[in-house]
Design a protein around this ligand. Structure first.
Ligand SMILES: NC(=O)c1ccc[n+]([C@@H]2O[C@H](COP(=O)([O-])OP(=O)(O)OC[C@H]3O[C@@H](n4cnc5c(N)ncnc54)[C@H](OP(=O)(O)O)[C@@H]3O)[C@@H](O)[C@H]2O)c1
Length: 280
């Protein structure tokens, strides 16, 4: 079975390639081979002859999306439509990687797969447009929402470690009123590998179990790394940025858990990731 993977050089794309390489023939598609905002994407993906497509590429810079919402829509919304059209032509199921940011973050409880999305920023709106295109065009799809990914080179965990090495004059300041589900990319990749071996199509929240604030996550990373760098809690309002993060978006995994797909607690996943960093 041949699987085409968009965003193959990104954080999750790399983890997917590692998890799937033993069992499948992979066609990794990097940004150098595929420009999602171009309709030629349809032909390029059809030309892979894939039996299944995993669409992990996206314009993931949330502040960049806020500054240029049209670009966000062209890449994440229309681009996903092109990938879905290609899957329709190939008669191949699609795994579309989506985000916690399709939710507004004002429910005061974790979001389930059955909650109605209502994004509040340009990135979230563009990813939700992508989800809608997938649902409109395809019968066989898995929409996999993930959140706060770590596992590659550039992510929040790495930022905390870098800041701890050279702390800014004001010390480390982390927001304590943005809460989410930190998620280890290799854990998602393993879960996706299991999911695609089933025909349980639908929408999933594949995140590590539990939730925390950015402040708690930073403190946990430092503690597990054996560092004593002090961290001061601040508020989202103290940290002006172009995008508006939804404040409280832990994701509840009901659909995955029902078929035996549960990811370990986020603290264990952070510890596992730090172990890999210690060996490089
Ligand atoms: N990171 C998170 O915390 C997070 C949270 C929730 C959901 N997600 C979703 O999870 C998926 C994977 O995220 P990630 O962290 O692995 O992202 P990433 O590391 O930024 O990787 C995304 C990949 O997409 C490629 N890409 C960007 N624009 C493109 C375009 N116009 N055409 C083709 N390729 C393009 C990038 O290539 P270049 O780098 O060369 O541009 C990159 O290799 C995305 O769908 C994202 O929306 C991520």
């Amino acid at each position: 079975m041949r699987i085409a993977i968009t965003g193959a050089h990104g954080q999750l794309g790399r983890a997917l390639c590692v998890a799937l390489a033993p069992g499948y023939e992979l066609v990794p598609l990097g940004h150098d081979q595929l420009e999602l905002s171009s309709p030629i994407t349809v032909e390029q993906i059809v030309a892979t002859g894939a039996d299944l497509v995993i669409h992990a590429a996206a314009y993931t810079n949330v502040d960049g999306c806020a500054r240029d919402p049209d670009l966000a829509y062209r890449v994440n919304g229309l681009g996903t439509r092109y990938v879905a059209l290609a899957c329709r032509r190939l008669n191949a199921p699609l795994v579309y990687i989506s985000t916690n940011e399709v939710f507004p973050g004002d429910a005061g409880r974790p979001y389930t797969e059955y909650d109605a999305p209502r994004p509040i920023n340009a990135y979230g709106r563009s990813k939700w447009a992508g989800e809608q295109a997938v649902r409109e065009l395809l019968d066989s799809f898995y929409i996999v929402r993930v959140a706060w990914l770590f596992g590659g080179e550039r992510n929040f965990v790495r930022t905390v470690l870098r800041l701890a090495e050279h702390p800014p004059a004001a010390g480390l300041r982390m927001v304590d009123d943005e809460v989410g589900s930190p998620t280890y990319a290799p854990d998602v990749a393993e879960a996706v590998a299991t999911l695609i071996a089933t025909d349980f199509f639908g929408t999933y929240h594949l995140v590590n179990a539990g939730a925390c604030s950015r402040y708690e996550l930073a403190r946990t990373v430092l503690r597990l790394a054996g560092l004593t760098t002090p961290v001061t809690p601040i508020k989202l309002a103290d940290f002006p940025r172009d995008s508006t993060p939804p404040p409280y978006t832990p994701l509840a995994n009901h659909a995955g858990a029902a078929i035996g797909l549960s990811l370990r607690p986020w603290e264990e996943a952070v510890a596992a990731y730090l172990t890999t960093l210690a060996t490089v």
